[in-house]
Design a protein around this ligand. Structure first.
Ligand code: ZN
Ligand code: ZN
Length: 334
């Protein structure tokens, strides 16, 4: 039996779309990035007062039947998505540092927009991949204790990692596989992205990566939300829109894209993020995430919103549909 194109041999995964550079070119580029980083070509962190914040206003305990969906941006890829009767978290990270060791690695320059203590009850958590800015052990432990009934939806390859933390309610999904969410009104579909995984040396692409589409189990019976995870620009966006769209809300990363010669395969630029939204159907709200929290790459940390806005205007899209949230901001979608 032949494997799906994103399954490689020996249990690894791969991107089924061509990447401009080969592995060797990539390795030499990694060294160049390390060199540039060490010699200080990266821009400094912004000061905390450069980022405006909002007081979160989530529905408590949940959005009522027939109520408007709400999304509260905690920071980076962490959002609280509230649909009627259902509270979801994406890629929850509340730690200060996103790295294997608590004392090193990028340090948060903006506090989470919402305290973990302030969360309403969480029914399910959607994980896109295993990078440290998306999957954080201390946060998983806290959520496990606070919301023992929550279901964790992950791509393939995460059950053992969660099991070692005592989290057993893990449902792994291959791309295009769907599963019912708690309450039975919505389902979550794992969708492709062009990215990669690794949490320790040698473990490259042993776990899958993905985005998620949340849609009503019954056609037309509620909003459709697309959470893109981390992805380079690729044909997946068009296919996701064609198979599962149109979406009422799309959460798309707009940060961590410079230098392009290194990051383009794995992270969309703000302009590509807008193009991805258009490819996926070009309807509903665009919520720009994955910026303003850790300095992971070479662009100025506060550059992504301006470039995303300019690309949005250049594409002739209506300003009412563009949301670049503040940390802690709750967006209510009518
Ligand atoms: Zn990543
Ligand atoms: Zn990321």
């Amino acid at each position: 039996m032949s494997l799906p194109p994103h399954h490689a041999s020996a249990g690894r995964f791969r991107n089924p779309w061509p990447v401009a550079s080969g592995d060797d070119a990539l390795r030499s580029r990694i060294w160049r990035v390390a060199f540039e980083w060490v010699f200080g070509r990266h821009p400094p962190d912004p000061s905390p007062d450069e980022l405006e914040r909002s007081e979160p206003d989530p529905a408590r305990p949940r959005v009522a039947e027939g109520g408007d969906p709400r999304i509260t941006w905690v920071g980076h890829a962490t959002s609280l998505i509230q649909l009627p009767g259902l509270n979801l978290l994406t890629d929850p990270v509340w730690s200060d540092r996103c790295s294997p060791v608590g004392l090193g690695g990028p340090k948060r320059f903006s506090a989470p927009g919402m305290e973990l203590d302030g969360l309403p009850p969480i029914d399910a958590v959607l994980l896109s991949h295993d990078h440290y800015d998306h999957l954080d052990k201390p946060t998983v432990r806290t959520l496990r204790d606070r919301f023992p009934d929550a279901v964790w939806l992950t791509p393939l390859g995460y059950r053992a990692w969660f099991g070692s933390l005592g989290v057993e309610a893990v449902e792994e999904r291959d791309w295009w596989q769907s599963g019912m969410l708690p309450g039975g009104r919505f389902e979550a579909v794992s969708v492709p992205a062009r990215h990669w995984t690794r949490r320790r040396p040698g473990a490259t692409n042993l776990r899958l990566w993905c985005g998620w589409v949340i849609r009503p189990a019954e056609q037309g019976a509620g909003p459709r939300v697309y959470f893109a995870g981390d992805s380079g620009y690729c044909p997946a966006f068009e296919e996701i829109g064609r198979r599962l769209g149109p979406f009422d809300v799309s959460l798309i990363p707009i940060g961590a894209y410079e230098p392009r010669w290194f990051m383009a395969p794995w992270h969309v630029s703000p302009e590509e993020a807008v193009q991805a939204y258009l490819d996926a159907g070009g309807r509903g709200a665009f919520v720009g995430i994955h910026w303003g929290t850790w300095r992971l790459t070479f662009e100025a940390p506060l550059e992504p919103p301006g470039r995303a806005r300019a690309a949005w205007v250049a594409a002739g899209l209506p300003s009412r549909d563009l949301y670049i949230p503040r940390h802690g901001e709750t967006i209510r979608f009518a």
